[in-house]
Design a binder for this molecule. Structure first.
Ligand code: ADP
Ligand code: MG
Length: 242
């Protein structure tokens, strides 16, 4: 028997006020794989992610995690029971909690394993010693790393990231992208990363799903898409890559 994909999304549709914003999106991700949902602003990327996370519900289509149905149009597993970690662009740290408390937030209380996991993760992102600090004492890049390990702390099966580097200083971004990718690969998490930047997708993705006006117009390995864009619009989208 073959193992089902970690995440499988089939024919997702979402309409707002009669307007179809996500128009039949299908994709699947294996464990340890980073898939980038890449497309211009407004094409429906965040809406797709929100449905997978379970904070919004689709009008049509299904979502499976490890072969198990988590959502169709009548049945819905709540977000906290999907084993899906989230890192959204406005998903800030809790300001009144320390770094350690932020990371431990989603872990079972009062276990020694909890403290060990927090320490281990802080070390992995070169923030050993930061446990007692508060978010306002950290730089943007440090906050981003804490948000990353907070999302990974409960060992989610899948991590959804929505433009996770957009608030960061341009000069830091590539280093943080590389560090983030290294940690994701070590953890073996299946990742769906949303971005409107072709450069970011080329740098991070095992597979790119190119999205436009609610549909995935092309998907495949980054260099295949870059070298053989499906149409002029796709070529133009990649043309100003830096
Ligand atoms: P992206 O993340 O690719 O920039 P979004 O998924 O955020 O795009 O949005 C796609 C379209 O859906 C946009 O036109 C947006 O205005 C619209 N939209 C998103 N959420 C809602 C909502 N809750 N109600 C109405 N329209 C929405
Ligand atoms: Mg968005």
């Amino acid at each position: 028997m073959t193992t089902p994909p970690r995440l499988e999304v089939r024919d997702l549709v979402r309409r707002f006020d009669g307007r179809t914003v996500v128009d039949g999106v299908s994709l699947s991700i294996e464990s340890g794989q980073v898939t980038c949902l890449l497309g211009p602003s407004g094409c429906g990327k965040s809406t797709t992610l929100r449905m997978i996370a379970g904070v919004d519900m689709q009008d049509e289509g299904t979502i499976h995690v490890d072969g198990r149905l988590v959502c169709d149009t009548v049945f819905r597993v709540p977000p906290e029971r999907r084993s899906i970690g989230l890192m959204f662009q406005d998903f800030a740290l809790f300001p009144h909690l320390s770094v350690a408390e932020n990371i431990a937030f989603g872990l079972p209380r009062g276990s020694a394993a909890r403290d060990r996991r927090v320490d281990e993760l802080l070390e992995r992102v070169s923030l050993a010693g930061f446990a007692p600090k508060y978010p306002h004492e950290l730089s943007g890049g440090e906050q981003q790393r804490v948000a990353l390990v907070r999302a990974l702390a409960p060992n989610p099966r899948i991590l959804l990231m929505d433009e996770p580097f957009s608030g960061l200083d341009e000069r830091l971004r590539d280093d943080i992208r590389d560090d983030t990718l290294a940690l994701l690969k070590e953890e073996g998490t299946a990742v769906l990363l949303v971005t409107h930047e072709p450069h970011e997708a080329m740098r991070m993705a095992d597979e790119i799903a190119l999205m436009r006006a609610g549909r995935i117009v092309q998907s495949g390995a980054p260099y295949n898409i870059y070298n053989a864009p499906v149409d002029r619009a796709a070529a133009a989208f990649f043309s100003d890559i830096n």
